[in-house]
Design a protein around this ligand. Structure first.
Ligand SMILES: C[S@@+](CC[C@H](N)C(=O)[O-])C[C@H]1O[C@@H](n2cnc3c(N)ncnc32)[C@H](O)[C@@H]1O
Length: 241
């Protein structure tokens, strides 16, 4: 049984998370395939709420533009989320950000056709770094972050939510899941999914997330607590007002 224990975020959190996901990328990606039912369920809801993501390409000669811009923070191996997003609208352009070089290398393989078409940019970066990860205000149709913001310290989670809200166009949506239940400064396990799988998670708690989203002018449209066997997660779709 893995030993989960409370811990504040260590000073070297980011290099440790990056090294861990480099080591456990393959194990994580095969372990988490069982969660695709949740990914698919909430991606379908996002598509329903954000029509730009599924609009079809304009007829040639038409001046109508339907292109959508999407960012996934902590995109992992790019499947299924970025692949589905790119398949849903032939004019969508996406950016995938991940702190793990191994995950981004897998995403580049999995999305190679879209890389060739210049429809996806994949970057190794810390989503919490404003210098490295930033987009013009009101330029995005959707920001997606699944099981990824949970790896940031609490204060960075608030900052990323506020920043992502600024990037969204009015009517654009954020699809995100957070650690469910009460606020938690940090929990650590030494060997998650492998000998080199040191891992950290934190949570603002359901109320904290609802407050942070409201402060960022986001209207919470979907808010579900989902039991996943290994814990409960707070799944949210919020729309920029
Ligand atoms: C639990 S995995 C989720 C991956 C993918 N979103 C999915 O649905 O399977 C967390 C991912 O977030 C990435 N990650 C963790 N901290 C990050 C950070 N500060 N910036 C960017 N990516 C980060 C990890 O490298 C990992 O690929």
């Amino acid at each position: 049984m893995a030993d989960f224990h409370p811990s504040p975020p260590p000073a070297d959190l980011k290099p440790r998370i990056s090294a861990s996901y480099d080591a456990i990328a393959l194990a994580y990606n095969s372990w988490t395939a069982k969660h695709n039912q949740f990914r698919n369920r909430y991606l379908a809801k996002l598509f329903g709420l954000c029509p730009a993501l599924t609009a079809t390409a304009p007829e040639s000669g038409s001046s109508t533009t339907t292109s959508a811009a999407v960012v996934e923070l902590g995109c992992g191996s790019g499947v299924p989320i970025l692949r589905e997003v790119l398949a849903a609208n032939p004019t969508t352009h996406a950016t995938g950000i991940d702190i793990s070089t191994a995950q981004i290398a897998l995403a580049a393989e999995n999305l190679s056709a879209y890389v060739t078409e210049n429809r996806v940019i994949l970057r190794v970066a810390d989503m919490a770094s404003e210098q490295d990860v930033s987009f013009p205000d009101e330029s995005l149709d959707a920001v997606i972050a699944l099981w990824s913001i949970i790896h940031l310290p609490q204060d960075e989670q608030r900052e990323v939510i506020a920043r992502a809200a600024r990037w969204l166009k009015s009517g654009g949506c954020m699809l995100v899941n957070f650690g469910g239940g009460p606020s938690m400064e940090g929990i650590v396990v030494e060997k998650w999914l492998g000998e080199k799988g040191w891992m950290f998670w934190s949570s603002l708690g359901d109320d904290g997330y609802t407050r942070a989203l409201k402060q960022a002018c986001m209207k919470v449209v979907v808010a579900d607590t989902v039991e996943e066997g290994t814990g409960s997660f707070f799944w949210v779709i919020a729309m920029k007002q």
